[in-house]
Ligand binder design. Structure first.
Ligand code: CP
Length: 304
């Protein structure tokens, strides 16, 4: 791969290679305690036009653990605030000889636009564009599940919450479909479900008790209010009563069902605190795996 903008149509072998590499890099850097030098002399730019805690930090750690230099572009202090166009910013930064740009933007399709407009050989990695794709999140979610439930052909995964606005859901579905997950269930209120024809792979549910019945993994999503223009939502208590993951609902799932969330979590709205922090929660494992998946992706696009 030269760029990673989406998991859509990525072959199973490519996804499995990235997951395998994430695990071998994790071992090679002794879980992050040892620095490697495979990307020594390379420069990675974090170009985040939307806020991020997990993705930005883990891309920075991943690049540093591979020996690369990292620049964190500060949008607030940049000339973007003086009206500089995105592609002028791109060309300006390219003139400083970058090897990879990790980009997050509210507009879907921005990573592909950067690929088309780039004038150097810079690699573009999507760190989340609008509601369309978050490919490294899809990979780290697949890796986290694989570490506990490697038999994807017998796996039922539920994704619950604001699916309509979720780039995580789209990339998860792309990854799970490619890897042969037996059943993907999508659950949420009608106004937060994807439009007809969007996400055809998932079986849709309105009733969370039915959706979670016998599930092996459940991925909870927050309400992305920043992407909702005109949707009237139920109040938070009513939403939690219908679509929140609490202990009673988790008991309907298969024993040991993996509890996952891409973060940031909103406690008491989509997930109860005792479940988010409970024995079945894999949420912090997802975060840890994010570093190794991002190392694998940087290694993939830059080791040429
Ligand atoms: N999962 C995720 O993308 O988290 P951040 O917004 O904190 O990067």
């Amino acid at each position: 791969l030269r760029h990673l903008t989406t998991l859509e149509n990525l072959p199973r072998e490519t996804i499995e290679r990235l997951l395998d590499r994430a695990e071998s890099l994790r071992d090679a850097c002794a879980h992050g305690t040892r620095k490697l030098d495979v990307l020594a002399g390379r420069t990675v730019l974090n170009l985040f036009f939307e806020p991020s805690t997990r993705t930005r930090t883990s891309f920075e750690l991943a690049a540093r653990r591979l020996g690369a230099d990292v620049v964190n572009f500060d949008i607030g202090l940049s000339s973007t605030s003086k009206g500089e166009e995105l592609f002028d910013t791109l060309h300006t930064l390219e003139a400083m000889h970058l090897d990879a740009i990790v980009v997050r933007h509210k507009r879907s399709g921005t990573p592909e636009e950067l690929v088309r407009h780039a004038m150097s050989g810079v690699s573009v990695i999507n760190a989340g564009d609008g509601n369309r794709a978050h490919p490294t999140q899809g990979l780290l979610d697949a890796l986290t599940i694989r570490q506990h439930r490697p038999d994807f052909g017998n796996l039922t995964v539920v994704i619950c919450g604001d699916i309509r606005h979720s780039r995580v859901a789209r990339s998860d579905i792309d990854a799970f479909t490619a890897l042969g997950v037996k059943e993907i269930r999508l659950c949420g209120p009608a106004e937060l479900m994807p439009a007809a024809g969007d996400m055809p792979q998932g079986r849709r549910y309105d009733d969370f008790d039915q959706a979670i019945d016998g599930a092996d993994a459940v991925i909870m999503l927050r309400l992305q209010k920043e992407r909702m223009a005109s949707i009237e939502l139920p109040d938070e208590a009513a939403y939690f009563a219908r679509y929140g993951l609490d202990r009673r609902r988790l008991a309907l799932a298969a024993p040991g069902c993996l509890v996952m969330h891409p973060g940031p979590i909103n406690r008491g709205i989509e997930i109860a605190s005792d479940v988010a922090d409970g024995a079945q929660s894999r949420i912090l494992e997802q975060v840890g795996n994010g570093v190794f998946v991002r190392m694998a992706v940087l290694n993939e696009v830059l080791a040429r």
